[in-house]
Write a protein that binds this ligand. Structure first.
Ligand SMILES: C[S@@+](CC[C@H](N)C(=O)[O-])C[C@H]1O[C@@H](n2cnc3c(N)ncnc32)[C@H](O)[C@@H]1O
Length: 309
């Protein structure tokens, strides 16, 4: 057994351990096991074991841990040391200032996806409508996008699809948790299949599709490549499979002047714009950058039929 594992075992031997000491040893253990944000992870895992907030730890800094808490914390640290994502261990991840329930069946919502929500909201607010705005969210996963949109817009109806039934269960639980369930239809199926009968119906099609290139999967952090669902990650050999599928069909389901808004990989802007241009039914696409200055969202508007011919 590695020395660091022996040290952590020793820390958790049957004798009193205070919060301060547990945090310090937990942090050392996780950083030596390769976790990037070891202190924060240790804090969140100890909060989970104690059933308290992270802030509370510092108010009870010298409090001795009960044996059951110490054992639970130790087992959580070991899970994290095996590079299981923190969000799967705690069962939660914050997105759009809401706490989303997450399980290993869903992609952990990423901060960069908030840009897609932000852009969608801006465009939705500018739509002139005398009926609820109808949005299709393809590959909803945890429901991060659909639930955030439903939370922000009163007059909205969302159709949220996913190929994964367990993911849809998680999404439903998030809609219930955040009070958006009456505005969202969760439907299982392959891309547009669940809305086949709804041609010319949607004001917006949004998606954060799987876009990792098959060959790049092995270069991703162990938390991602080992633990997150492959179904949520891989977008074929060039990462563009889902953009091709979306752009082959999006215009059929959009109203005239309807909008498609897609999250993209940072180096995919020109490829996705080209796919949109070749669809032949859309205005030139706009690319939005995330807070790190990387291309992250592509938006285009469907041209009305009389503008094409
Ligand atoms: C990158 S994740 C995005 C999840 C969520 N929208 C988010 O932004 O956090 C892609 C999602 O697409 C779903 N998916 C993969 N293939 C699909 C398909 N053929 N049809 C519908 N959904 C699919 C996956 O199950 C996964 O939930």
């Amino acid at each position: 057994m590695q020395r660091v594992e022996l040290q952590i075992e020793e820390t958790f031997a049957p004798r009193p351990v205070a919060v301060r000491q547990a945090l310090q040893k937990g942090t050392e253990f996780l950083s030596q096991m390769g976790a990037a944000s070891a202190r924060l992870d240790a804090e969140l895992l100890l909060s989970k074991a104690l059933g308290c907030t992270k802030e509370r730890l510092y108010l009870d800094y010298e409090m001795a841990l009960e044996t059951a808490v110490k054992d639970l914390y130790f087992s959580l640290l070991q899970r994290r040391a095996r590079r299981e994502p923190l969000a799967y261990i705690t069962g939660e991840r914050e997105f759009w200032s809401l706490r989303f329930h997450v399980t290993p069946e869903v992609l952990v919502p990423r901060p960069e996806t908030e840009l897609l929500v932000e852009v969608t909201l801006e465009l939705a607010k500018r739509l002139e409508k005398n009926h609820p705005i109808k949005i299709l969210d393809l590959g909803t996963g945890s429901g991060a996008i659909a639930v955030s949109l439903a939370k922000e817009l009163d007059d909205i109806e969302v159709w949220a699809t996913d190929l994964s039934a367990p993911a849809l269960e998680v999404a439903r639980s998030n809609a219930l948790r955040h009070g958006g369930s009456e505005k969202i239809h969760f439907i299982e199926g392959d891309m547009f299949c669940p809305v086949r009968g709804q041609r010319g119906f949607f004001d917006m099609v949004v998606s954060n599709p799987p876009y990792v290139r098959q060959s790049e999967l092995q270069n991703l952090a162990p938390e991602v490549r080992t633990w997150e669902p492959k179904l949520a990650l891989v977008g074929g050999s060039d990462g563009l499979d889902f953009y091709r599928r979306i752009m082959e069909e999006a215009d059929l389901y959009l109203t005239d002047r309807g909008i498609v808004a897609l999250e993209i990989g940072a180096d995919m802007g020109s490829d996705v714009c080209r796919l949109i241009a070749s669809a032949g039914r859309f205005s030139p696409a706009s690319v939005y950058q995330d807070y790190a200055g990387r291309d992250r969202v592509v938006v285009a508007r469907k041209l009305p039929a009389d503008a094409i011919y």
